[in-house]
Design a protein around this ligand. Structure first.
Ligand SMILES: Nc1ncnc2c1ncn2[C@@H]1O[C@H](COP(=O)(O)OP(=O)(O)OP(=O)(O)O)[C@@H](O)[C@H]1O
Length: 301
C-alpha cells in the first residue's frame, strides 16, 4: 500500500473537517477524492503531506508515518496545493530551479520525468509565473511538484479554474505519470474527472460516502433515473418537487434528473401532472446513472 489512512479526525473549533476517514491507495494507483467545496479534501491533503496534525487516527504514506516520519515523507512526496504555490515574481525556469534546489537535485537530473509536461511551457521559460495562463501555471506547478522524483503525488484540485482543453491534457499527463509508477491522490469537484480515476472516494462534510471504482459506484445506483425536459426549467423543477411520488429532483445540464418512490413508475401519469401545471414540450426518458447521480443520492439528507 502506498497510502493508508486509518480513522483520521480533524476539527477546527465546531467544524468537523474530517470525521473518521479511512481508505487505502495501492502503489501506482490513481485515486480521486471527489467532493464539493468544504468537503475536507484540503485538510486531508495537508495531513498527508505533514503540514497539519490530525486530532486522532494515523496515516502512512510510502511506508512512513505522517506524524513521526515527517522528513522522510517530505522527501518522498510531491504536493501541488490548490492555489498553485508558485513564486509569481520568479520566471518559469527560476521556479523550477528553486524547487530542484530545495530538494538537493537539479533540473537536468530529473528532466526525463518532467520532459513531457515541461516542453509545453519551455518556450516561456523566461516569463514570470504571475504572467502565465491558468493552464500554463498548472503545468509549471506539476513540474515543480515532480522535480525530486516523488513516489507519491498529491494534487489538490489541479484543474479548478483551468480551461477544458488544458483539463483534458492534464489528465492525459497523469495517466503517463502513473505508468512511471507514481501513486497519485487527486482531488476534484468535477464529477466527469472522477471517471478517469482507478478508485474514487466520494466526500461530503468531512465524511467518505462511498469508495469504489467509478464503474462500480455507478452500477450500485439503486433506482431507475429519468431525464425530464420542458419549456420552462424553473417551473419544471418546482412542479416535480411538488409531485407526491418524487424521490429526488435536481438539475442536470439542460434536463432535470428525477427518481420516483414507486417500483411501478408510470411516465404517462407524470406527464399528465406536468401538463396540468402549465408545462409544455415535456420529455421523459430513462437514462443511465452517472457518478454525479450517485453523489446526489448518497448526499441526500
Ligand atoms: N483554518 C481553518 N479554520 C476554520 N475552519 C476551517 C479551516 N480550514 C478549513 N476549515 C473548514 O473545514 C471544512 C473543510 O475545509 P477544507 O478546506 O478541507 O475542504 P475542501 O474540500 O478542500 O474545500 P475547498 O475546496 O473549499 O478548500 C470547511 O467547512 C472549512 O470551512
Amino acid at each position: 500500500m502506498s497510502i493508508q489512512v486509518h480513522e483520521i479526525y480533524k476539527s477546527y473549533g465546531q467544524v468537523n473537517a474530517l470525521d473518521n476517514i479511512s481508505f487505502e491507495v495501492k502503489s501506482g494507483e490513481l485515486f480521486g477524492l471527489i467532493g464539493p467545496d468544504g468537503a475536507g479534501k484540503t485538510t486531508l491533503f495537508r495531513i498527508l503531506t505533514t503540514l497539519l496534525l490530525p486530532d486522532r487516527g494515523n496515516a502512512r504514506v510510502a511506508g512512513y508515518d505522517v506524524v513521526r516520519d515527517l522528513n522522510a515523507i517530505r522527501r518522498h512526496v510531491g504536493y501541488m496545493p490548490g492555489r498553485f504555490s508558485l513564486y509569481q515574481d520568479l520566471t518559469v525556469e527560476e521556479n523550477l530551479e528553486f524547487f530542484a534546489t530545495i530538494f538537493g537535485t537539479t533540473i537536468a537530473e530529473n528532466y526525463d520525468l518532467i520532459k513531457d509536461i515541461y516542453v509545453q511551457i519551455e518556450p516561456f521559460k523566461d516569463r514570470r509565473a504571475g504572467k502565465l495562463s491558468g493552464g500554463m501555471k498548472q503545468k509549471l506547478a506539476l513540474s515543480c511538484a515532480l522535480i525530486h522524483r516523488p513516489k507519491v503525488l498529491f494534487l489538490d484540485e489541479p484543474t479548478t479554474g483551468v480551461d477544458p482543453v488544458s483539463r483534458k491534457e492534464f489528465w492525459e499527463m497523469l495517466k503517463r505519470l502513473q505508468e512511471k509508477d507514481i501513486t497519485i491522490l487527486v482531488s476534484t469537484p468535477y464529477m466527469d474527472e472522477a471517471a478517469l480515476c482507478d478508485q474514487i472516494a466520494l466526500m461530503q462534510d468531512g465524511k467518505i460516502l462511498e469508495i469504489d471504482t467509478p464503474e462500480a459506484i455507478v452500477r450500485h445506483y439503486p433506482k431507475p433515473i429519468y431525464k425530464v425536459g420542458a419549456h420552462d426549467m424553473y417551473l419544471l423543477i418546482e412542479t416535480l418537487k411538488a409531485y407526491p411520488h418524487r424521490h429526488s429532483v435536481y438539475p442536470f445540464g439542460e434536463y432535470v434528473h428525477y427518481t420516483d418512490t414507486r417500483m411501478d413508475f408510470d411516465s404517462g401519469e407524470l406527464q399528465t401532472f406536468l401538463e396540468a401545471h402549465n408545462l409544455s414540450e415535456i420529455h421523459i426518458e430513462e437514462t443511465a446513472p452517472t457518478i454525479e447521480d450517485t453523489f446526489m443520492e448518497l448526499a441526500k439528507p
